[in-house]
Every structure is written in C-alpha cells, then in structure tokens.
Design a protein around this ligand. Structure first.
Ligand code: DER
Length: 233
C-alpha cells in the first residue's frame, strides 16, 4: 500500500470512534484530512447525526465547511468528546511530536479540551524517542525579537545539541494561523528528558507553545503494510 493509502486507513479507522451527538476536535494534516473527509461522508449518508466539529486550523475549517460538517469554536463548545489528529513522531509511551503542519497551538488547545484524543499515523511516524526522526520539532514563538528567542531555545541545556532554524515559506518567514513564527528544532539524538525539555521551553516568555504533546494521547492508530494496529494508553 502507498503511504497515502496507509494514511487513509488510519483516518477511516479513527472515524469509527465517532458517535452521533459528539463534539469533535478536527485535526490538521494529510492524515487528519482523511478522517475529516470520512466523517463528512458518514454525516452525509446519515450514519452519523448531530456532530459538531472544532477545527484546529483555517485549512481544516475550510475542508470541514466544504463537507457540510457543522462547526464551532472552543468559545462556543469547550467540552469535546473526542479529538482526532495526526502526528509527526510517536514514541512507545504514546507521547508525540506535532506541528510540522504548523497548527500546533490550536491543535494543543483543542486536544487538551477533549476527553479522548485519538492519534492517527502511518508506521513511518514511530520513533524510539522523541526528536529521534532527525526531522523538525516545532516551536511557535511570537514575531517580536524572534532571533533572540531562537537563540535562547537553542541554548537550553534541556535541548542540548539541537539546531534551531526559523521556518520559511519561500523567502519570508512562515506565519501561523495565529500570526506567529515557528522555530524548528533538529536533534542528532532523541531528547533525553522530554518533560524537562517541555517545561524549559514553556518557561521562555515569547515562546507561545511547542510541539511536544506529552501524556495527551489516549489511542494511537498505526497503519502499516501488514495492517492497522490500535495502541491504547
Ligand atoms: O501536527 C502536525 O502538524 C502534523 O503535521 C500532523 O498533523 C501530521 O501531519 P501529516 O498527517 O500530514 O503527516
């Protein structure tokens, strides 16, 4: 199966967790898009009723609206039953890195407001330790004095050895839905103590949030070449 097909399988499996009447967090990214699409189909065919979705990005808002999924914000509904979203890295304890899609802040707000968080990935996202994929661990920062905060992030002892880069979109800095910038952190080896790293990043004023989602995920659905596996906390 292609990677896209695996993402579809994970997304469709997650849609099985959705029941009529639920208030749902709708994730962002290519895997989450399959789940959103499937929920739209199930609503349309009448299998699901009375769903309210809270999108985690403008992109997902537009997709869900196009599918006719009734939408709200956390200002209107704050007690969500279930959130479904992809991830960039998943460790053996179901801690995850998120935010390569740029939506980490809204994702974290929505997923923390949800009773249950189902994460959907293909097997390429599995790591032994967070930071271990050698790819970005994103941090959302305010635009003001971004270089100052980039340097402060890079020199945190809890993030020892990381390389920090401002995310670009062409020749301009990438700007999030919340009008902030993103610094991507790259590690040579997995982060030793993710909890300590998360706390240290959060302590820096001007750091809005970071891509470590620790103790948040309840279920991970992993689509692999030999089938779909469900891991529960
Ligand atoms: O958290 C994120 O931003 C990630 O990009 C996540 O949603 C995974 O995206 P993907 O399904 O497109 O890999």
């Amino acid at each position: 199966a292609s990677q896209d097909e695996l993402k579809r399988q994970a997304g469709w499996k997650a849609a099985e967790y959705v029941e009529s009447g639920m208030k749902l967090g709708l994730g962002t990214g290519s895997t989450a898009a399959f789940a959103v699409e499937r929920i739209g189909q199930l609503l349309k065919e009448g299998t699901l009723k009375d769903i309210v979705g809270v999108p985690t990005s403008i992109r997902t808002y537009e997709q869900a609206q196009g599918l006719g999924i009734p939408l709200a914000t956390l200002d209107e509904v704050s007690d969500l039953d279930l959130a479904i979203d992809g991830a960039d890295e998943v460790d053996p304890d179901l801690n995850v890195v998120k935010g390569r899609g740029g939506a980490l802040l809204r994702e974290k707000m929505v997923e923390l407001a949800s009773k249950k968080f189902v994460c959907i990935v293909d097997e390429s996202k599995l790591v032994e330790g967070l930071g271990g994929s050698k790819d970005a661990m994103p941090v959302e920062i305010v635009q003001f004095c971004w270089k100052y905060n980039l340097e402060r992030l890079q020199s945190l002892p809890e993030l020892a050895g990381c390389e920090a880069k401002l995310r670009m979109a062409g020749d301009k800095p990438y700007v999030t839905d919340n009008s902030n910038y993103i610094v991507d952190l790259y590690f040579q080896t997995p982060i030793k103590d993710a909890k300590a790293a998360a706390a240290a990043m959060s302590e820096l004023t001007g750091v809005v949030d970071h891509g470590l989602f620790l103790d948040m995920v309840d279920v991970v659905i992993i689509a692999a070449a030999d089938g779909v596996q469900v891991k529960e906390k």
